[in-house]
Design a protein around this ligand. Structure first.
Ligand code: OOG
Ligand code: MG
Length: 256
């Protein structure tokens, strides 16, 4: 039998849907994070480098949309890091969705021993972000362990202009537009009450998973609103009040 990590690595890098792993053989949450980690290691062996950490299901809108009610995390790597304004190739994606994020950047390594408050001091910039999620499971349907094994559906992300991390992030308006038409609106308060709480949760989870948070890495706080389909030939922009905006376009052509 193919190793679950091999199967998901192939599904991720070739943009092919697979059946939910747990349907074949049930596994628990620690095993799910071990599979996630093993897939990341296969990516690193293929030449990618780690670029950060993502949080998932930190807002009720996301929990309700996907039916998973626990905060989860995923591992970001270089092939997922797109630039503001990029045109993404649709043939690399299965059934992509896109969502607005708040993104933290680390100006130095986070010490595994330091307090959470002190770790927050490692953040040297914040920005509006867009995340593309693309579950490798057929029909974008999964349970908690399957989505964790599949790296929290991570496919790619882009970050707008960086801002100083000073000032309150807790109650800023968020707008997601598709081709200039408002598709979703929300508030950063939806992210665990304050995106900084998602940062704190990221520090805790990265420690329990033994994942280093290093200088230059980003932390995605989790989407404020439900994700919307990212359709070929459309441009999506996220705006976070006071933080600015970021845009991604999905090129015309067929999805994988
Ligand atoms: C899982 C990823 C969740 C977020 O921001 O909440 C996530 C999914 O929705 O498929 O990235
Ligand atoms: Mg997200």
């Amino acid at each position: 039998m193919t190793e679950p990590s091999q199967l998901l690595f192939r599904a991720q890098t070739s943009a092919t849907a697979v059946a939910q792993l747990s349907a074949e053989a049930p596994f628990d949450l620690p095993a799910a994070y071990r599979i996630q980690r093993a897939v990341a290691e296969l990516r690193h062996a293929a030449g990618e480098r780690p670029t950060g950490f993502k949080m998932g299901f930190t807002s009720r809108a996301k929990m309700q949309q996907m039916g998973v009610h626990e905060v989860i995390s995923g591992l970001l790597s270089s092939s997922m890091a797109w630039l503001d304004g990029d045109i993404v190739d649709p043939s690399t994606l299965i059934h992509p969705r896109i969502e607005p994020e708040v993104v933290f950047r680390l100006g130095r390594d986070v010490d595994p021993e330091e307090s959470i408050d002190s770790a927050a001091g490692a953040v040297d910039a914040v920005a509006a972000g867009l995340e593309v999620i693309d579950s490798r499971y057929a029909d974008f349907t999964f349970n908690l362990v399957d989505v964790v094994a599949d790296n929290a559906s991570a496919a790619g992300y882009a970050v707008g202009p960086w801002r100083s991390p000073t000032g309150d992030l807790a109650n800023r308006g968020v707008v997601l537009e598709v081709d200039g038409v408002v598709a979703e609106t929300g508030s950063t308060a939806a992210i665990l009450g304050d995106p900084w709480r998602a940062f704190a949760a990221a520090v805790r989870m990265s420690r329990s998973l033994n994942v280093p948070l290093a200088a230059g890495h980003v932390v995605l706080a989790g989407a404020t609103t439900a994700a919307v389909p990212f359709r070929p030939g459309t441009s999506v922009r996220a705006t976070v009040s006071g933080l600015g905006q970021v845009t991604l376009t999905l090129g015309g052509g067929a999805l994988s």
